[in-house]
Design a protein around this ligand. Structure first.
Ligand SMILES: [Cu+2]
Length: 159
């Protein structure tokens, strides 16, 4: 499958066909500074722009899903579970727990530190909650009496 030399392939075509792409730019280099170099460089910019879009899409697809507490799930003494992990915005935390035993409250840092539930805090109760991280600090506690004090709390910093 060889494209005729005088036909300029579309940037998308070049992106999808590395051999064609290589062949195309080789022919441009052979032409040197002469005719065709302007359209060649604009094609390179078009390919670069498309690559950026594709890589951005790949970045979104690569959001990571974390199970809080791993196999133990969302329970007491899970407070150190985030240590050593790298989180980023749009990553998802999965909280697995018995819905009659625990819950998940998303709150601010001060409320987190004092284990108090602020008015209007978002409370999750399904037992299998998927929460998407926002950039910056994300705080969660269980607000059943004594549970937060028992280390049922996590602070996650999302880059
Ligand atoms: Cu609890």
């Amino acid at each position: 499958m060889q494209a005729p030399r005088d036909e300029i392939p579309s940037p998308l075509h070049l992106l999808l066909d590395p051999i064609l792409c290589d062949e195309y730019y080789r022919s441009k280099i052979d032409m040197g500074q002469g005719r065709g170099s302007a359209s060649g460089s604009s094609a390179i910019f078009a390919v670069a722009a498309i690559l950026l879009i594709v890589l951005n899409a790949a970045e979104m697809v690569h959001a990571t899903t974390f199970t809080v507490g791993d196999k133990g799930g969302w329970t007491f003494n899970v407070v150190n579970w985030p240590n050593g992990k790298r989180f980023k915005a749009a990553d998802v935390l999965v909280f697995n727990y018995g819905s009659s035993l625990h819950n998940v409250v998303a709150l601010d840092g001060k409320s987190y530190n004092t284990c108090t539930t602020p008015k209007g805090a978002k409370i999750y109760t399904s037992g299998h909650d998927r929460i998407t991280l926002r950039r910056g600090k994300n705080y969660f506690i269980c607000n059943f009496p004594g549970h937060c004090q028992g280390g049922m709390k996590i602070a996650v910093n999302a880059a």
